[in-house]
Design a protein. Structure first.
Length: 318
């Protein structure tokens, strides 16, 4: 049909909010072994580029789709307003767009991690929860301005897509980023999250230091263990995210005017229960700690992920 009706070989590229495609060879649709042969939007075009929900980085869809171009223009406009010419520091995207969500949940992943870790959270659609991820755009210069830039851009993204109640969720280092963004939203925009959910994270006062190379290496090995060498970019991504946190203002005495619900896995050997409980000092409202099964990476590997979803849904949205 259409322009390809009289040919046996055809490649179709679709450009819109995303980038897709289709391939016909000898009159037959090319599916590939896993049905992914025509996922042209996920071809890597920018090494170490913008993170993608598929788990890759630098996919053409994250650089050339209408959504990516709009995000880039907004980031450049924001940077211009701040007198900066640096590249964007924060990248936000929706995992499950809803026409009329009851509430929006903004998720921040761990150091070295990917936004795709929150893919299971799309199940919250059934409860009317629209889930967004906000990631650090790695590769930027590790300057003292990088942290504040990320905080501003992430807060601006939340404000831009939210016209109703919203909550913040962070895992490990992502909890600290979510907290910084929450404080920024309240102080700069007067927008208060209905909940800050933190997962497997030390409180800010336990992280107010710049890691020396030896400390970073030990922390990296402790967090990732046997998987530390599985991905050659993992160490670089981890160090980039830790440098982002180090460039943020310490906010030693800041609190957030939102309830905090904390999650910790019972077999977490990276973060202790006492360290998680110190988050109670960071809210002027209620604090609750919930123990879940699994280890530090329970969101990706353990059954505790489902329990975290249920608890977050009940605490913030029920």
């Amino acid at each position: 049909m259409g322009a390809g009706r009289e040919v046996d070989d055809l490649v179709l590229l679709t450009l819109g909010t995303g980038i897709g495609g289709g391939i016909i060879v000898n009159g037959r649709v090319l599916h590939g072994q896993l049905g992914m042969a025509a996922e042209l939007g996920h071809l890597t075009v920018v090494p170490n580029g913008n993170p993608c929900g598929c788990g890759n980085r630098g996919c053409v869809e994250k650089h050339a789709s209408a959504t990516a171009i709009a995000q880039d223009l907004i980031s450049h406009a924001m940077n211009g307003a701040q007198g900066s010419t640096s590249q964007a520091a924060a990248l936000g995207e929706s995992l499950n767009p809803l026409d009329a969500p009851r509430v929006r949940l903004f998720c921040f992943h761990d150091a070295g991690g990917k936004a795709s870790m929150f893919a299971p959270f799309s199940e919250l659609s059934a409860a009317g929860v629209e889930v967004h991820t906000i990631s650090h755009v790695r590769g930027g210069a590790p300057t003292s301005e990088r942290g504040p830039q990320f905080t501003r851009e992430a807060a601006a993204y939340v404000r831009r897509v939210s016209n109703g109640p919203f909550a913040l969720f962070g895992h490990s280092l992502g909890s600290l980023l979510a907290w910084q963004v929450g404080v920024e939203l309240i102080e700069a925009h007067g927008a208060r999250p209905i909940l800050l959910a933190i997962s497997a994270s030390r409180s800010p006062e336990d992280m107010i230091r710049t890691f020396a190379p030896a400390d970073l290496a030990a922390t990296f090995q402790r967090v990732f263990g046997a998987t530390a060498t599985a991905n050659p970019n993992l160490r670089l991504d981890f160090e980039s995210d830790m440098a982002l946190w180090a460039s943020m203002p310490p906010r030693l005495h800041e609190t957030i005017d939102s309830p905090i619900e904390a999650f910790r896995a019972t077999n977490d050997d990276v973060v202790t229960e006492a360290e998680v409980r110190r988050w109670a000092r960071r809210t002027t409202r209620s604090f609750l700690l919930t123990s879940l099964s699994g280890d530090h990476g329970y969101l990706a590997t353990g059954p505790g992920a489902g329990s975290a979803l249920d608890r977050a849904d009940s605490a913030a949205f029920g």
